[in-house]
Design a protein around this ligand. Structure first.
Ligand code: UTP
Length: 409
């Protein structure tokens, strides 16, 4: 893109300030900025106007979860099918590690965070150790581990894992790919600059994982290896069970498009997304969207009908993901702390949210699919998310839960 073309594009979207420092840049920096302007979709910034507005939702109905007692009764059958499916090479795992972890406030990728007390225990290490449990259960079948990073954390992530010898996972069973980025702006939709020659960007949300995988040419790998199921999971849950045979078996036996791990809500108004049906299709209703009527609704056993929260661990049927891959997903505007250049060209790292990022979320992917099996897991054994430094869902709370599960830290 030429300078004149860039100027025109920016003017069309009211973003002329992007070229403020253009004359100070080196030739290479100028070229890079023009390229970034060319590739940036400034149309997403319009969404800032709809910040805080609830998206239009359909008709909600409860979706019964497969509860612990039912899983226990069929455990042997499900585990057998799960192990067969894993041993046949049909299952892969995908670690979503493209996020910025702004709430935790570390400059490094979240997975590099050391939660150890008497020794080093990195979040990535906990994840790999958990995955190795599945490998062992399936007679040492190493499942293909895909790791999604973003351009912000790719180098550090790959270097760190290499230095630690992938915590014992074979290198040839790990494939990294980068997710797409979206511009980040102030509350009026003006993009921030992170350098004089660079528009501020952030990863475009965790639903970007499958399209980014295909973009990276990994569709061929999935086909060549005969991968039919992909377990995606968040980097920050240090008790995460990954592609565990019983979960895989339950999803396969019930022939659903996606299996979703869920936990029983701790309280009716707990801040987790709840699995449900929306206009007859699987969906997730956010806690703040639950009406009093929905909170009071009961299932046939007299238990709350909207009672199971998602924990960002899903087993997707790969062919159905390909069917929906081309569909556009809604963009969510999220308020975050975005580092930016102030009017004097100095980098500011804000302490409080100062603008908008634009993300596509996995929950919207689920809604595109035909069917979903909410699969209950025991919260204390499988859910120890690290979002914050202290308090709820923090390093402290995750350490407590690790202790309860006899994990040495
Ligand atoms: P979160 O929603 O907790 O976001 O991600 P985050 O970026 O890690 O943290 P905050 O909100 O800035 O503090 C849930 C999971 O989705 C991944 C994260 O890495 C984490 O595993 N994720 C999130 C991505 O892979 N890409 C994204 O664009 C966003």
């Amino acid at each position: 893109m030429t300078f004149e073309e860039a100027k025109k594009k920016l003017a069309d979207f009211g973003q002329e300030h992007v070229l403020k420092y253009y004359d100070e840049l080196s030739e290479d920096e100028k070229k890079a900025l023009l390229e970034q302007i060319d590739q940036t979709d400034f149309a997403v910034l319009e969404n800032c106007k709809h910040r805080g507005e609830a998206g239009k939702r359909g008709k909600f109905e409860p979706l019964a979860a497969m509860q612990l007692s039912e899983i226990e009764a069929k455990k042997d059958e499900y585990t057998k099918v799960g192990i067969e499916t894993i041993k046949a090479g049909k299952v892969a795992a995908c670690l979503l590690a493209g996020g910025m972890g702004t709430r935790l406030g570390s400059d490094d990728p979240k997975g590099m965070y050391n939660i150890g007390i008497t020794k080093d225990v990195y979040i990535f290490q906990r994840i790999i150790e958990n995955l190795l449990d599945t490998v062992k259960a399936a007679d040492n079948t190493y499942i293909h581990l895909f790791i999604m990073t973003s351009e912000k954390n790719h180098e550090k992530t790959t270097q760190f894992l290499k230095e630690h010898n992938y915590f014992g996972y074979p290198e040839d069973k790990i494939t990294f790919f980068k997710q797409d980025m979206a511009p980040a702006s102030d509350y009026n939709g003006k993009v921030y600059m992170e350098e004089k020659g660079r528009i501020s960007t952030s990863p475009n949300g965790n639903a970007g994982w499958f399209s980014s995988m295909l973009k990276a040419g990994l569709g061929d790998v999935l086909h060549k290896e005969g991968i039919e199921w992909i377990d995606i999971f968040a980097v920050d849950n240090v008790l995460q069970r990954i592609a565990d045979p019983c979960f895989v078996g339950a999803t396969v036996v019930n022939s659903v498009s996606v299996g979703a791990k869920v936990v029983k809500k701790a309280a009716p108004n707990e801040g987790v997304g709840v699995m449900c049906l929306e206009d007859g299709k699987p969906s997730i209703v956010e806690y703040y969207e639950l009406s009093q009527e929905m909170m009071d609704a009961k299932d046939e056993n007299g238990d709350p009908a909207y009672n199971y929260g998602v924990i960002l661990n899903y087993l997707f049927h790969e062919p159905e993901l390909e069917e929906i891959a081309a569909r556009a997903l809604p963009l969510h505007v999220v308020e975050k702390k975005i580092p930016y250049l102030d009017e004097n060209g100095n980098l500011v790292k804000p302490e409080e949210p100062n603008g908008c990022k634009f993300e596509q979320l996995v929950l919207d992917m689920i809604h595109e699919l035909k069917s979903c099996l909410p699969y209950e897991v025991v919260r204390e054994h499988e859910f120890a998310p690290i979002k914050n430094k202290t308090g709820k869902d923090s390093v402290e709370s995750a350490r407590e839960l690790c202790k309860k599960n006899n994990i040495e830290l």
